[in-house]
Design a binder for this molecule. Structure first.
Ligand SMILES: [Zn+2]
Length: 77
């Protein structure tokens, strides 16, 4: 079972679909049991989706936002 910290560490790979099957299953299992991480992944997905729609140059602020979210999440666990 992953810890919340490990999940956060793998979150961007998970969202990008770059995790191997085993790791992806552990992440899914963790998400099924942990509401905080579900919310975190949802926020990550949202900010990445927004980021992809923005022209280059406007993404720095969102990067900062994503980093801040990750930081908040880390302090929470
Ligand atoms: Zn968690």
């Amino acid at each position: 079972m992953l810890s919340c910290k490990e999940l956060v560490a793998h979150s961007s790979e998970f969202i990008d679909g770059q995790l191997g099957l085993g790791k992806r299953m552990s992440v899914r299992l963790h998400l099924a049991m942990c509401q905080h991480c579900r919310r975190f992944i949802k926020q990550m997905r949202l900010s990445q989706a927004v980021l992809r729609q923005l022209p280059p140059g406007q993404s720095a602020e969102l990067d900062a936002l994503a980093a801040k979210l990750a930081e908040l999440r880390r302090n929470h666990s």
